[in-house]
Design a protein around this ligand. Structure first.
Ligand code: HEC
Length: 410
C-alpha cells in the first residue's frame, strides 16, 4: 500500500478505535462501579410478583443535577410502557473490535514486506508466514478460550481459569520469539481484545436478548444463562487494564525491545489484572490501598530491572571507554543505517517522510536525539526497523561507546 494512503488510513481508523474503545471501556467501568455501589433493598422487598425484584438503587451527581438509578427487573406492562424500549449499549464493543482489526491489518499486514511484523534478529520467518501466525494467534486464541469456558465454565471454573492462564502464558512466551517485539505485543493485545468483544457478541448480548424476551413473557428468565454471561463479563473486567497497556505498548520500545520481552509483558499483564482486582474489591476489602501500593511498587521494580534499569544506574553495564570515539565514525554508521529512513529526503521506498519526524541529516540532529538513539539502536535494538539496513553488533557497540564517552560531535 502507498505509504501516504496507509498513513491516512492509520490516522482515521486509529482515531475511531480510540474513541470507541474509550466509550466501551469507560462505560463498562462506570456500570461496574454502579453495580458494586448499589444501596441494597431491605430483605423483605421484592417478595411479590416474579419480576418485582429490585437489586438496589443509587443517587448520582453529574452535569448540574441528581440522577436516581434503580437496578430492577420489570413486569411485561412496565416494559411495554417504555417508549422505544430501554436503551442498551452494543455498538461500542463492535466498533472497537472492527476498527482494531482494521488497524492491525493496516499497520502490520499492509506495510510492504512485514516491516513491523518481522525482525530478523528475532526469527527468520517470512512476512507471509508471520501474517498467518498473527491471524492464527488472534483467532485460535479466542476459539480455544471460548471452547474451554463453554465446556468447563459451569463444571470447573478453577480448571477453566488455569487453562486460560496457561493459554495466555503460552502465547506471551512464544510470540515474542516469532514476531517482531512490537507486533508480538500487539497480537497478544488483539487476542485479548477479541476475547472481550467475542464475549460481548456471543454471550453477553444473547443473554440481554433472553432477558428482554423473558420480561415480555412475564417469566423470571433463565438464571443460568445470566450467570454465564456474568462470568464472561468478569473476564472482560480483568482483561481491560492489561489490554490498555498493550494498546499503548508501541510507545515503549524498552518493553518489547528488552532482553526479556515475554517476562516484561507477563509482569504487565499480571499487574494490570491484579490492580483491577484490588479496585474491584476495595469496597469490602479494607486493606486494599496498601495491597495496591505494594503491587505497583513490586511491578515498577521488576519492570525497571527487566528493561535494563540497573545498567542505567551504572551497574553491570558497559564501562566508559578509555579513548574517545570519533564522531566521524559514528556519523558514517548513522548515515548508512538510519538516514535512508530518517532524513529530510528518505531514500527507503517504504517511507515517504522521516518516521516520527526524526531526522539524522546533521550532527546537531544526531546529538539532539542521542537518548532515543541509545534506546532504539543500542539498548532495545528495535531500530533500524526490522534491521532493514543491516546494522551490525559492532556498529551498535561503537554508537554505544560514543554515547558513553559523552556523545560529542566535535
Ligand atoms: C527502514 C526504515 C528505518 C530505518 C533504517 C531506521 N528507522 Fe527509526 N523509525 C522507523 C519507523 C517506521 C519509526 C516509527 C515507528 C517506531 O517508532 O517504531 C521509527 C522511529 C524512530 C524513532 C522515533 C521514535 C522514538 O522511539 O523516539 C527513533 C529515535 C528512531 N527511529 C531511531 C532510529 C535509529 C537510531 C536508526 C538507525 C540505527 C533508525 N531509526 C533506522 C523506520 C526506520
Amino acid at each position: 500500500m502507498d505509504p501516504i494512503i496507509r498513513e491516512v488510513a492509520d490516522l482515521v481508523v486509529r482515531w475511531i478505535h480510540l474513541i470507541a474503545g474509550i466509550m466501551w471501556i469507560g462505560n463498562s467501568m462506570l456500570w461496574n462501579w454502579i453495580d458494586r455501589n448499589l444501596v441494597k433493598p431491605a430483605p423483605e422487598a421484592g417478595k411479590g410478583e416474579p419480576n418485582d425484584k429490585s437489586f438496589g438503587h443509587i443517587w448520582l451527581l453529574h452535569s448540574g443535577a441528581y440522577y436516581f438509578m434503580e437496578k430492577k427487573l420489570l413486569q411485561p406492562s412496565e416494559y411495554a410502557a417504555i417508549p422505544g424500549g430501554p436503551h442498551w449499549f452494543k455498538w461500542q464493543a463492535y466498533t472497537t473490535w472492527l476498527s482494531g482489526a482494521s488497524l492491525l491489518a493496516i499497520v502490520y499486514y499492509m506495510s510492504g514486506g512485514g516491516a513491523y511484523l518481522v525482525d530478523p534478529n528475532v526469527s527468520k520467518i517470512s512476512a507471509d508466514a508471520a501474517i498467518d501466525v498473527g491471524i492464527g494467534t488472534v483467532v485460535g486464541g479466542f476459539v480455544v478460550y471460548d471452547l474451554v469456558w463453554r465446556v468447563l465454565g459451569r463444571r470447573s471454573e478453577k480448571l477453566a481459569t488455569a487453562l486460560t492462564l496457561a493459554l495466555v502464558a503460552g502465547v506471551v512466551t512464544v510470540l515474542p520469539r516469532v514476531l517482531a517485539g512490537r507486533a508480538a505485543y500487539m497480537h497478544v493485545g488483539a487476542m485479548l481484545g477479541t476475547m472481550m468483544a467475542g464475549n460481548v457478541f456471543l454471550h453477553i448480548m444473547p443473554s440481554q436478548r433472553a432477558l428482554v424476551r423473558a420480561t415480555q413473557e412475564g417469566s423470571s428468565g433463565d438464571a443460568t444463562a445470566s450467570a454465564h454471561a456474568q462470568q464472561r463479563s468478569i473476564h472482560n473486567n480483568y482483561l481491560t487494564f492489561p489490554m490498555l497497556f498493550i494498546m499503548l505498548s508501541n510507545h515503549f520500545p524498552s518493553t518489547y525491545g528488552s532482553k526479556y520481552p515475554s517476562l516484561v509483558l507477563a509482569v504487565l499483564i499480571v499487574t494490570g489484572s491484579t490492580v483491577r482486582h484490588l479496585l474491584n474489591v476495595r469496597f469490602h476489602f479494607k486493606r486494599w490501598l496498601p495491597a495496591l501500593l505494594s503491587v505497583i511498587t513490586t511491578a515498577v521494580v521488576a519492570l525497571f530491572v527487566l528493561v535494563g534499569g540497573r545498567e542505567a544506574l551504572g551497574r553491570g553495564g558497559p564501562k566508559k571507554p578509555a579513548e574517545k570515539v570519533a564522531f566521524s565514525r559514528v556519523q558514517l554508521v548513522i548515515q548508512d543505517r538510519c538516514v535512508p529512513c530518517h532524513s529530510q529526503k528518505p531514500t527507503d521506498p517504504s517511507v515517504q517522510m522521516a518516521p516520527g519526524n526524526v531526522m539524522f541529516d546533521t550532527p546537531e540532529q544526531i546529538q539532539t536525539y542521542k537518548d532515543r538513539i541509545k534506546m532504539r539502536a543500542v539498548v532495545a535494538k528495535t531500530m533500524p526497523l526490522a534491521n532493514k539496513t543491516n546494522m551490525t553488533e559492532d556498529e551498535r557497540d561503537l554508537v554505544g561507546k560514543w554515547l558513553l564517552s559523552g556523545a560529542s560531535i566535535e
